[in-house]
Design a protein. Structure first.
Length: 341
């Protein structure tokens, strides 16, 4: 669901541009259905999609079946949240309170009649709308995300293991500190704060625990599920931003040019980011916290040294490492330490 959310607003999810590009190759009919049902993920993602989040044995079909089996009133309340301003209207109130429902419908009728009609249908009978959305989701899984999940799942296990090790050795607050600035922590008061349109204080107790769930596609957000009857959950970004890369030129002049290009922290960071995958200027700017013009200047220096290559994918220009060139540099440097007769 969060990867689908990324597709609704790619401009706010620069690190996921590769996924957006891949999904542009999906069948046109499926892309049209994803756009038609994008309201389910664009602003508010219904909490019922987390119903089996803690059941690690549940497969995708079982999760869809668990959602479909929920009481219609609960489905209506959550789906309604995707259609209204959640700072003004609560989903359960829309189901149970005719005055609140009429006010929300009247407001939407004035600004977006189509959305008002969908809200009315949702509150009357949410199952047809839900089933149409789940059918689009199931086809999206089959066509794209099932394969992506094979890639992402191991990184999430690594994120859980890493967070667990940090907590075991240093307690929970150093781990929470990695989520700043999305959250504010006060170890002395044992509190964490997230800026949200509605204000609630929630006590975490053994009877009311909180689960921290890593997500590849939640970035750049930290999401909170805190409304009954759903368990308390904080979903945080767990992106594998980089691994490392290896390196080799020929003449001393070429080696010197390459080393000069690498002799700046931002350019080394760019190389490290490109070691993981090809990236656009926008992605690199987001990863490194620099402006796109600054990134472009550094990329130009790397390109002049022959360390990067480019290719165009639709709107995007993607930068990649020239691994053959890096191998040449590594070989030349290794040769400097080899004894000569």
């Amino acid at each position: 669901m969060r990867s689908w959310h990324v597709l609704t607003d790619p401009g706010r999810h620069a690190l996921h541009v590769p996924w957006v590009r891949r999904c542009r190759r999906l069948p046109a009919a499926l892309r049209r259905r994803l756009r038609e049902h994008r309201f389910m993920v664009a602003d508010h993602i219904p909490a019922f999609f987390e119903i089996l989040a803690d059941d690690h044995e549940a497969d995708f079909a079982e999760q869809l079946a668990a959602v479909s089996a929920l009481p219609p009133a609960r489905l209506a309340a959550e789906l309604a949240q995707t259609l209204v301003d959640t700072t003004r209207f609560n989903g359960l109130d829309l189901v149970e309170d005719a005055v609140t429902r009429d006010a929300a419908l009247a407001e939407l009728q004035h600004t977006d009649p189509g959305r008002a009609a969908r809200l009315s249908d949702t509150l009357t009978d949410p199952l047809p709308i839900l089933q149409a959305g789940l059918a689009a989701l199931e086809d999206y899984w089959s066509a794209a995300f099932a394969h992506e999940w094979e890639r992402v799942e191991p990184t999430l296990h690594q994120a859980i293991a890493h967070a667990g090790a940090r907590i075991a050795h240093h307690g929970v607050f150093p781990m929470l500190g990695t989520l700043v600035p999305q959250i504010r922590i006060d170890p002395a008061q044992r509190t964490l704060r997230l800026d949200r349109p509605h204000h609630r204080d929630i006590a975490v107790t053994p009877a009311h625990p909180v689960t921290f769930t890593p997500s590849h596609y939640v970035w750049p957000h930290v999401r909170v599920t805190c409304d009954a009857p759903w368990p308390l959950r904080v979903t945080y970004p767990a992106l594998p931003l980089t691994p490392a890369s290896a390196a080799r030129p020929t003449s001393q002049a070429e080696t010197l040019t390459a080393l000069r290009a690498l002799a700046a922290a931002p350019r080394l960071q760019i190389v490290n980011c490109l070691a993981a995958q090809s990236r656009s200027t926008q992605e690199l700017a987001t990863l490194l916290g620099l402006s796109q013009p600054v990134i472009s200047r550094h990329l130009q220096q790397l390109a002049q040294a022959g360390l990067t290559t480019t290719r165009r994918e639709g709107y995007y220009v993607l930068y990649s490492l020239n691994h053959a060139r890096l191998d040449q540099i590594a070989t030349a440097i290794a040769g400097l330490t080899t004894p000569h007769d």
